[in-house]
Design a protein around this ligand. Structure first.
Ligand code: UGA
Length: 469
């Protein structure tokens, strides 16, 4: 099929590229000429696994780049809107980019076109898009609006797109549903998975996926409710971790115990310094605003947000209780991205913690495998950037692990031990087995598990219950 994707950010770029890999003819539209030129030149603006390979495979062939949205609409059977919906000050999503795209699409709709909202948007947006397209002169029978939320995790977006748990399609007509079924046909029929050059299948993938057809309003709510539920799972386990710390239990054992209940499931039960990124924080605020507007006071969401923010404060208190004073201390920091596998630092708990430690007078030597360039734009002074994890640890009063990068979970502990000034590790992502750390001579503090100590600390300021050696 001929498909236009508007917006070459992370959702638009991944969506367009994956559609090309499914065999569709894609035109990726953006109003930023610089971005378009870079893409045409073969640059890949985001850190996303398999994206460079797929872009190289289809660039100039099945995927083209354009600044002309009306022309792209005219040539396409479906137009996917994947532009930004940043939060306003009050927490609702700013939909002005979506509106201006809808206005422009209106001028290009001649033959039947399905206009699909892909950006995360509040309920009623598809109806507004329809109104705006008609208000600007398009014939109501020449188009339909559909909602097709994405469930892509940054860093895993290509795999998530091609091996989804489900595909949600919200429509108001059978005709639009048919177009959407055809677009996703290569996945739902299993055709893609039989191809020799398909992107590797993740172990847990249940391919082919089910395509769920709903109303547009339900699809819009599915997106917000999914993200809110996942964030709630994280905050729930973080609250349980805090209780574990108070009573001397081990949150890992508790999670194994509850996660094996198939109704609960083991995923998204990793405690830590909280969730961040460009999705959960923004979507929770937007969902809360949507609920409020509809007359429902969704206080559970406020609590999810509060627990999440508290997680960082708790971790900071833990660092303080181990170091005693902050001023002039040298801290090695592993991780700046909001999670492993990405260079994204938006709403990163790691970055927020670093900023707080800097305000307290600490000196930071940080390393992140992908996010340092972005972090340098934000962290101007008081921070050194290291070439690797070992350099970050050199001479450190304590080493802090703040992002769950895989490579941070398999460091050479013997080597690390010789580099730090004091063998103290505070792990905000629970990457290590406490017993192993003690074996290697480290005092080790993590989240929701007993501290494993190689030294005596004044009893009253112990951050969490001690396990007897
Ligand atoms: C999230 C959702 O997982 C996607 O399904 C959704 O499509 C996307 O938002 C979106 O709305 O576009 P993403 O923001 O890329 O994806 O990141 P996640 O992998 O969900 O992680 C979010 C945050 O939660 C990270 O800071 C991560 O460190 C934290 N997290 C995650 C935990 O603290 N514990 C966990 O068990 C899982």
């Amino acid at each position: 099929m001929r498909i236009a994707v508007v917006g070459s950010g992370y959702v638009g770029l991944v969506t367009g590229t994956c559609f090309a890999d499914l065999g569709h003819e894609v035109v990726l539209v953006d109003n930023d000429e610089k971005k378009l030129a870079a893409l045409r030149n073969g640059e890949v603006p985001i850190h996303e696994r398999f994206l460079p390979e797929l872009l190289a495979r289809h660039r100039g062939e099945r995927i083209k780049f354009s600044g002309d949205l009306q022309a792209a609409t005219r040539e396409s059977e479906a137009v996917f809107i994947a532009v930004g919906t940043p939060p306003t000050e009050s927490g609702d999503a700013d939909l002005s980019y979506v509106e201006s795209v809808a206005r422009e699409i209106s001028g290009g709709v001649d033959e039947y076109t399905v206009v699909v909202e892909k950006s995360t948007v509040p309920v009623y947006t598809s109806q507004w898009i329809r109104t705006i397209i008609m208000r600007n002169g398009a014939d109501p029978s020449s188009f339909d609006v559909a909602s097709n939320p994405e469930f892509l995790r940054e860093g895993m977006a290509v795999t998530d797109f091609l091996y989804p748990d489900r595909i949600v399609v919200g429509v108001e007509s059978e005709r639009a549903a048919e177009v959407m079924r055809e677009i996703y046909g290569p996945l739902t029929s299993g055709w893609y998975y039989g191809r020799g050059d398909a992107i590797p299948r993740p172990e847990a993938a249940k391919a082919p996926p089910r395509l769920i057809v709903t109303s547009t309003k339900s699809a819009e709510l599915i997106k917000h409710a999914s993200n809110a539920f996942l964030a709630m799972k994280i905050s729930f386990v973080n609250a349980v971790a805090s209780i574990c710390e108070s009573v001397g239990a081990n949150v890992q054992q508790v999670c194994d115990g509850i996660g094996t209940d198939s109704r609960i499931g083991p995923r998204f039960l990793n405690p830590g310094i909280g969730y961040g990124g460009s999705c959960f924080p923004k979507d929770l605020m937007a969902f809360r605003a949507v609920a409020k507007e509809s007359g429902y006071d969704f206080r559970l969401l406020e609590e999810v947000i509060r627990i999440n923010e508290d997680q960082r404060r708790r971790f900071l208190r833990k660092v303080r209780s181990v170091l005693w004073t902050f001023r002039g201390k040298r801290l090695g920091v592993l991780g700046l991205a909001f999670k492993g596998g990405t260079d994204d630092i938006r709403e990163s708990p790691a970055l927020l913690l670093v900023q707080e430690l800097l305000r307290e007078g600490c000196h930071i030597c940080a390393y992140d495998p992908a996010a340092m360039e972005r972090a340098k734009e934000v962290l101007k002074s008081g921070v050194e950037f290291a070439a690797d994890a070992y350099e970050a640890a050199e001479g450190a009063d304590a080493l802090l692990i703040l992002t769950e990068w895989e490579e941070f979970a398999s460091l050479d502990l013997e080597r690390l031990r010789t580099l730090v000034k004091y063998p103290i590790v505070l792990d905000g992502r629970n990457l290590y087995d406490p017993a192993l750390m003690v074996e290697h001579g480290f005092s080790y503090y993590s989240v929701g598990r007993p501290a494993a100590l190689t030294e005596e600390l004044p009893a009253r300021i112990l951050p969490q219950k001690r396990e007897r050696a």
